[in-house]
Design a protein around this ligand. Structure first.
Ligand code: SF4
Ligand code: SF4
Ligand code: SF4
Length: 321
């Protein structure tokens, strides 16, 4: 990643005079996770960081900046969120300048902190090479298997290059090779009975603190002031501190993002309780894929299937006559 950063800065400096801002990443308070950087002046370009700590999907800021000329730096999976926002006409293509990169994988800050232990001495650099991640701590290199420190979405990455972009910086390449990955939560759930699944979710939801960071982080959660979580007319979600009410909100979020969710992982990354909530969206996405042969975020000219009405769907046989 490091070799691309100078080219990225050069491209952004060239484009900046014609833009209101560029969104990229900079070093933040957490040594394992870079933070969003909103660039309006050339001097800020030097603060840009690009390495596996650039985990946050910046596309979520774009709908709120509609009407402005905005540049954005994206990884492969972030670009799929952009495609979805374009399909849903939540952003205007002519107003967005996309700087695309090849991604070698994004660090799961929670997992990496656990694997690395104390970071008191500082963390100078992070890189992914082949099947391992290297962390340079106080001049001492530390190498860990990718399965221990990358975000779960990277285990099954379908494209690490930003496919939709105006400026592609660096070389194209393959997704990270993550071996010996544990079973996904979805696979574990699929092996359970319905009763066990309900018990699993009640147990998980008993830890939910209703902070709604999952909702705020989702690039496709755009109802804003009209969210079902706050609505009293109709009153979708009770305010009692009960796992089933919290699960009700997650079920609503999953239904609202069915066939739209690109599995960017932001809802899970933002959750302070580490709850596996993307699993609900993955389950619905699998159904959408089976029924409509459709994967979100892949084709800007296609509409999400639940946005369209057809009298007949070739994979749905609800009528026998
Ligand atoms: S899913 Fe792919 S593009 Fe996204 S962070 Fe992981 S490796 Fe990078
Ligand atoms: S529901 Fe989660 S994984 Fe899906 S688009 Fe929203 S933040 Fe990303
Ligand atoms: S981010 Fe986590 S704790 Fe907060 S509301 Fe969502 S699921 Fe609950």
């Amino acid at each position: 990643m490091a070799s691309s950063i100078d080219d990225l800065k050069t491209e952004i400096k060239k484009a900046l005079p014609g833009l209101d801002m560029v969104i990229a990443w900079a070093a933040g308070p957490d040594p394992l996770s870079h933070t969003p950087l909103f660039i309006t002046e050339e001097a800020d370009v030097e603060r840009i960081e690009w390495d596996p700590r650039c985990s946050q999907n910046l596309a979520g800021y774009l709908p709120g900046l509609r009407g402005k000329k905005v540049g954005i730096v994206v990884k492969g999976c972030d670009a799929r969120s952009l495609v979805e926002l374009l399909q849903e006409k939540l952003i205007d293509r002519e107003d967005v300048t996309i700087f695309g990169l090849h991604c070698t994988g994004a660090v799961d800050a929670r997992a990496a902190r656990k694997a690395l232990g104390s970071l008191r001495g500082g963390l100078e650099s992070v890189s992914v090479n082949g099947g391992t991640a290297s962390f340079s701590m106080s001049g001492e290199p530390r190498t860990l298997p990718l399965a221990e420190v990358l975000q779960k979405k990277c285990f099954t990455c379908t494209g690490a290059d930003a496919e939709v972009c105006d400026h592609f910086i660096g070389e194209h390449g393959e997704p990270p090779r993550v071996t010996e990955t544990p079973a996904t939560t979805l696979e574990e759930l699929e092996a359970m009975s319905m009763e066990e699944r309900l018990h699993f979710w009640e147990d998980q939801m008993s830890r939910c603190i209703r902070c709604y960071a999952c909702r705020s982080a989702c690039p496709l959660c755009v109802c804003q002031d009209h969210c079902a979580a706050q609505s009293r007319e109709p009153h979708w979600v009770d305010q009692t501190d009960h796992p089933r009410e919290k699960l009700m909100f997650q079920a609503i979020h999953a239904l609202h993002t069915a066939g739209r969710c690109t599995e960017c992982g932001e809802c899970e990354r933002a959750c302070p309780m580490g709850l596996p909530i993307m699993t609900l969206k993955q389950a619905l996405n699998r159904s959408i894929q089976d029924l409509f042969d459709y994967r979100a975020g892949t084709d800007p000219d296609q509409a999400p299937p639940l946005f369209e009405f057809r009298e007949e769907e070739k994979n749905i046989k609800e009528r026998e006559w």
